[in-house]
Design a protein around this ligand. Structure first.
Ligand code: ADP
Ligand code: ASP
Ligand code: MG
Length: 406
């Protein structure tokens, strides 16, 4: 007998029919002799719908209230899924994040899980219930306030619960049957990977491959949770996310990722002196905004600096406000915002031992007349910020260049 956590994403619970089909899979897994914890997302589109409602009422809705609002989507699907399982004659009980014992910090809309008190889950499992947990949410210490875990956060709920209850496997059910060499919805020739290392998956996720949420991969890697990505629409085997093995370094590039949720902020003509970067980025960090790339250019006379950085589009306005205030203090000329950009990245653990990947990538961009605005590299990835309208072209070209197709 195994203990399995199954997470179902928005499309997988997007309608009554889909929920019935999820319930059938859950019951099948129970009948095969396993204990099952189910984690569900809200119905697809529901979280966006709720955000739109909030924005119609307020330009800056309070984050505590946003969490109250957004956590409702998962509450609906957890109860419906438990009912669907019960209707098939198998005992099921739904829990909110609070009832499941998921304790987070107090950073509303992107809270981090601090610990999970899994007693109630374990007790229900012992009593032969299928436990259905609302993903994407937790509660602050002392059960004071509801929090949410950031977009795509149900993946994190599932992995964290799998670690807490010491599950044998965490299955992530979605609308594609695994992790591909790139988004199969953009490049139909993309190839499904049989397995991928935590490290590569972490890069792909953080570079925009939303098939797994970044923090869920971080968590899986830290606690060694075996994860498999599968489709809830068929019985195909899926992709295993595992520790790196020897053969993996032979593959130089294993995937291409893109991220359209990027914006570039530039603080123009800051009088250049020690401490300007520290001041600017301390202020940005205090606003809980995560920065990705940073580029600083000094004018030829050495008197002024332009500092550009990228942030998630959702934080762009806030970043401009913060940078504007600090820029003014530092005597900067102005702050520019550019939102029609994207980030395209090539990823592979083999880059550690093979050279020339960056050069090949830049050459392809040049051959297709795609201008590169910013570049960043790590041991296992190269990323370029480019014009948003060239995203798909760049992804397709790179996928072909690095020979990733079927
Ligand atoms: P869910 O709602 O189930 O959490 P998501 O929409 O968050 O599903 O993630 C699944 C989507 O991730 C796929 O439909 C696909 O478009 C996208 N995706 C991006 N990159 C990849 C990749 N390398 N492999 C598979 N899917 C990818
Ligand atoms: N419903 C949330 C979102 O859309 C969480 C999730 O689906 O994982 O971001
Ligand atoms: Mg998702």
């Amino acid at each position: 007998m195994a203990l399995i956590v199954q997470k179902y994403g928005g499309t997988s619970v997007g309608s009554v029919e889909r929920i019935k089909s999820v319930a059938e899979r859950v019951v099948r897994t129970v009948k095969d002799g396993n204990k099952v914890v189910v984690v569900v997302s809200a119905m697809s589109g529901e979280t966006d719908k709720l955000i739109t409602l909030a924005n119609q009422l307020s330009a800056h809705p309070g984050e505590r209230e946003m969490d109250m609002l957004l956590s409702s989507g998962e509450r609906v699907t957890s109860a419906l899924t438990a009912m669907a399982v019960e209707a098939l004659g198998t005992k099921a009980i739904s829990f909110t994040g609070r009832q499941a014992g998921i304790i987070t910090d107090t950073v509303h809309t992107k809270a981090r899980i601090e610990r999970i008190n899994g007693d109630r889950i374990s007790k229900a499992l012992e009593e032969d219930y299928v436990v259905v947990i609302a993903g994407f949410q937790g509660v602050t210490e002392g059960s004071t306030d509801v929090t949410t875990l950031g977009r795509g956060g149900s993946d994190l709920s599932a992995v964290a619960i799998a670690a807490a209850v010491k599950a044998d496997l965490c299955e992530i059910y979605t609308d594609v049957d695994g992790v591909y060499t790139t988004d199969p919805n953009i490049v139909p020739e993309a190839r499904k990977l049989e397995k991928i290392s935590y490290e590569e998956m972490l890069e792909l996720a953080s570079l925009g491959a939303k098939v797994l949420q970044t923090r869920s991969v971080e968590f899986a890697m830290k606690y060694n949770v075996p994860v498999v990505v599968r489709s809830s629409f068929n019985n195909n085997p899926g992709t295993l996310v595992v520790e790196e093995d020897k053969g993996m370094e032979n593959v130089v590039v294993s995937g291409i990722a893109y991220d359209k949720n990027q914006a570039k902020v530039t603080v123009v003509d800051v009088p250049d002196k020690p401490g300007i970067a520290a001041k600017l980025f301390n202020a940005i960090a205090s606003a809980n905004i995560i920065i990705d790339m940073i580029v600083q250019n000094i004018s030829s006379d050495g008197k002024f600096a332009d500092i550009s950085f990228t942030v998630p589009k959702t934080d762009a306005k806030r970043a401009v406000e913060v940078a504007g205030a600090i820029g003014k203090e530092m005597g900067a000329k102005r702050v520019d915002l550019r939102e029609d950009i994207s980030k395209v990245s090539v990823v592979g653990v083999g880059m550690r031992t093979h050279s020339g990947v960056a050069a090949k990538m830049f050459q392809q961009m040049a051959d297709h007349n795609i201008n590169i605005f910013m570049i960043s590299t790590s041991e296992i990835k190269v990323s370029c910020i480019i014009d948003l309208k060239f995203t798909e072209l760049a992804v397709r070209v790179l996928h072909e260049t690095f020979d990733l197709a079927v």
